[in-house]
Write a protein that binds this ligand. Structure first.
Ligand SMILES: NC(=O)c1ccc[n+]([C@@H]2O[C@H](COP(=O)([O-])OP(=O)(O)OC[C@H]3O[C@@H](n4cnc5c(N)ncnc54)[C@H](OP(=O)(O)O)[C@@H]3O)[C@@H](O)[C@H]2O)c1
Length: 358
């Protein structure tokens, strides 16, 4: 089988590096072109990821895969779309808007940026949660007269929340949610948070994050009806904070439901969803989509971040919430660079490939 030829744009960044790893020896996709900003263009990959001091800044652990070390980083306008089947975009949203618009005119684009997330004909995809919303991509392509489309992932803080709320919404009618996040440093990108700012500290504010979580969760958990997504009827309040953890977001969640919900039954519900999850068997899918712990000391970032190759969402501390007539509280862990961005984007590509959209 000929592999699909893919490009990674923003390949030198925090998410871009994770893409490099997620696509190493992939059975269906082969990285044939890479791009980043003017600063990196023209350099070999291994030189482009050096800090100004000359130190190689490879922040995803393990070795840099051999296939990429000597590959030359291009400027975006040097990307040859005629030699590609798919683009992965991992640049910040302002630059992403123009880049993704010009790429989608020619090719499918899967993006970790927010540039297109809030447009009516654009789904925000989490494989295993709202695969059916990918049908909107055909409408988007037609609407915009493009040969491709843009399929964005959510913000990495939304991912774990939407994944854990899905069974609670479908089975128990989740209607109100309060969430406080403890987000990893790597979520801010390679130059997002200074060491002096985050060491021995907690930052109580992440610009624009809370609005993104509110809007995106309702859209992801909504329903595609007559070519439009009807947002889920769920109210969300959240406080997003940055903590001195390198990778993986932890969130404390309170949910009010329409039907009564027993914490023991919640465990069975997540186990049932594990058995019928749509992405089972895809190359980047974890063995267990949900991990449920009764040990009250879980989840912990250092223990959870490798589980399921960073693609499992961990749930713990599930208890009845007395503030509501029917309610539950729990903590979740979701890896921001694996399921929450690069590897999750590869899983989106696998799901869409299976559906014949790539
Ligand atoms: N970090 C996360 O956990 C996470 C999770 C979900 C979504 N996201 C989203 O994913 C995107 C990338 O995030 P990140 O954390 O990887 O950011 P980052 O570490 O700052 O990396 C940004 C990348 O974009 C490139 N770039 C910047 N301006 C460009 C331009 N005009 N043309 C081409 N390339 C350009 C940079 O190249 P140079 O190295 O040459 O400057 C670098 O490769 C953002 O939209 C972010 O919001 C991030």
């Amino acid at each position: 089988m000929d592999k699909k030829r893919v490009a990674i744009i923003g390949v030198t960044g925090s998410v871009g590096q994770e893409f490099v790893l997620s696509l190493d020896n992939h059975p269906w996709f082969e990285v044939t072109q890479i791009a980043a900003s003017e600063r990196s263009a023209g350099k070999k990959y291994v030189d482009a990821i050096r800090e100004p001091s000359g130190i190689i800044a490879w922040d995803v652990g393990g070795e840099i895969p051999e296939y990429i070390k000597e590959m030359t980083v291009r400027r975006v306008d040097e990307i040859d779309t005629s030699q590609l089947d798919l683009v992965f975009s991992a640049v910040e949203s302002e630059a992403a808007r123009d880049i993704e618009t010009s790429m989608a005119a020619e090719l499918p684009v899967i993006s970790t940026s927010s540039a297109y997330r809030y447009e009516e004909d654009v789904p925000i995809l989490i494989p295993g949660v709202n695969d059916e919303q990918s049908e909107l991509l055909d409408i988007q392509k037609k609407n915009r007269n493009w040969k491709g489309w843009v399929a964005p992932l959510p913000n990495c803080t939304t991912t774990g929340l939407a994944i854990t709320l899905k069974p609670l919404l479908e089975k128990y009618g989740a209607k109100k949610v309060m969430m406080t996040s403890m987000q990893a440093i790597s979520g801010g990108g390679k130059s997002g948070v200074s060491a002096m700012g985050i060491t021995d500290n907690i930052l109580p504010y992440i610009p624009k994050e809370e609005g993104k979580v509110r809007i995106e969760t309702r859209k992801i958990l909504g329903k595609l009806e007559n070519g439009k997504i009807q947002d889920a009827d769920i109210r969300i309040s959240c406080t997003c904070t940055r903590v001195p953890v390198i990778d993986g977001h932890t969130e404390s969640v309170f949910v009010e439901t329409q039907k009564e919900i027993d914490p023991k039954v919640a465990k069975e519900t997540y186990n049932e969803y594990n058995k019928s999850i749509s992405v089972a068997g895809l190359p980047s899918a974890p063995k267990d989509y949900y991990a449920f712990h009764e040990d009250p000391t879980r989840p912990q970032p250092r223990m959870e971040r490798e589980v399921g190759g960073g693609m499992t969402t961990t749930i713990g501390r599930v208890e009845k919430e007395e503030l509501f007539e029917n309610g539950l509280k729990y903590m979740l862990f979701s890896h921001n660079k694996k399921m929450g961005s690069a590897k999750g984007a590869v899983l989106v590509a696998e799901m869409l490939y299976k559906k014949g959209k790539i």
